[in-house]
Design a protein around this ligand. Structure first.
Ligand SMILES: Nc1ncnc2c1ncn2[C@@H]1O[C@H](COP(=O)(O)OP(=O)(O)OP(=O)(O)O)[C@@H](O)[C@H]1O
Ligand SMILES: [Mg+2]
Length: 288
């Protein structure tokens, strides 16, 4: 689908400022220039201007005629850390897989900068700087850590040693244990391997699907610290998390997804303090 920007939306401001959306919210949330109340889709279109990656009104699913995503919007600006939370089965993994070309998009568009990347194959997306760490089966258990990293850099093998050094700067354990098979590592260490492997292609945007799932609270904390560190190196991160409260503490901005649609969006702090979000999605079980 060819996407054109609506002509009557307010000036988006500096697209390079990851916090620029904060000021836009005030302008756009109430009304657009037309004087009519802005719909959530219009607010998204306005705020997503200049984003590094954006998904506009996605309809996507696993079988023809059955959409799991029912008009989902999402964007991430350069350097942003964006979280996606929501109940089981809401379509969070489906959204990341659709962006990464693993689930067919029936309607809507995904853009990377200004390029339409809708339904491009995963290997084409990796070449363009999109990295993805799936929720499950995200390491090669029979391969060593080093071999897993080689798989991560398979599109550009000559760059292996320089990039592995950078990954080891972030995750020293991966260097110390480079000859150990990934299958013999702890759950937390495996997540580091999975993230390290995705970083081997030096992505500009990294999609992470529940990196803290199945880990002890201490290891979950470590994963969140690492994710922030990755983000601080300049990588834009979109993270899906089951640990919703913790996720909202670390992200710049978040989305609550429910039944394949955006239910709520705002800064991590706004969402964590929104009584409806707390009641519906951060119930007592999620209180950490
Ligand atoms: N490979 C698949 N084939 C068919 N349907 C699928 C497939 N994967 C997921 N679904 C369906 O799509 C819907 C959304 O699943 P998805 O995995 O995106 O949810 P989620 O929000 O990531 O949930 P969770 O928090 O449990 O990971 C569910 O109804 C699920 O049954
Ligand atoms: Mg999931």
């Amino acid at each position: 689908m060819n996407y054109t920007e609506p002509a009557d939306l307010p000036n988006p401001g500096d697209p390079n400022d990851p916090h620029e959306f904060e000021t836009e919210l005030d302008v756009n949330a109430d009304q657009l220039a037309t004087g009519h109340p802005a719909s959530p889709e219009q607010v998204h279109l306005s705020q997503a201007l200049g984003a590094l990656v954006r998904a506009d009104q996605l309809f996507a699913g696993y079988f023809p005629g059955v959409n799991i995503l029912n008009g989902t919007d999402l964007y991430a600006k350069d350097g942003e850390l964006v979280g996606i939370i929501g109940p089981n089965g809401a379509g969070k993994s489906t959204l990341l897989k659709a962006i990464f070309g693993l689930v067919h998009i029936n309607e809507g568009a995904v853009l990377l900068r200004d390029e339409d990347i809708t339904n491009l194959r995963a290997d084409q997306l990796v070449k363009r700087g999109v990295g993805f760490v799936p929720q499950t089966n995200n390491v090669f258990p029979s391969l060593t850590i080093e071999e897993n990293m080689e798989m991560g850099a398979f599109q550009d093998p000559k760059s292996f040693s320089g990039r592995f050094d950078k990954v080891v700067d972030l995750f020293p354990t991966l260097g110390e244990r480079r000859k150990q098979r990934a299958g013999s590592l702890s759950g937390g260490e495996r997540q580091m391997v999975a993230m390290g492997r995705a970083l081997m292609m030096e992505p500009s945007v990294l999609l992470l699907d529940e990196p803290s799932a199945g880990l002890s609270p201490a290891l979950q904390d470590e994963v969140f610290v690492r994710v922030r560190e990755i983000n601080q190196t300049g990588v834009t991160v979109i993270i899906v998390e089951q640990n919703a409260r913790r996720c909202l503490q670390i992200v710049d901005r978040g989305y609550v997804l429910d039944q394949g649609k955006n239910a709520y969006t705002g800064s991590g702090k706004e969402l964590a303090n929104d009584p409806k979000v707390v009641e519906l999605y951060l119930g007592t079980l999620a209180k950490a």
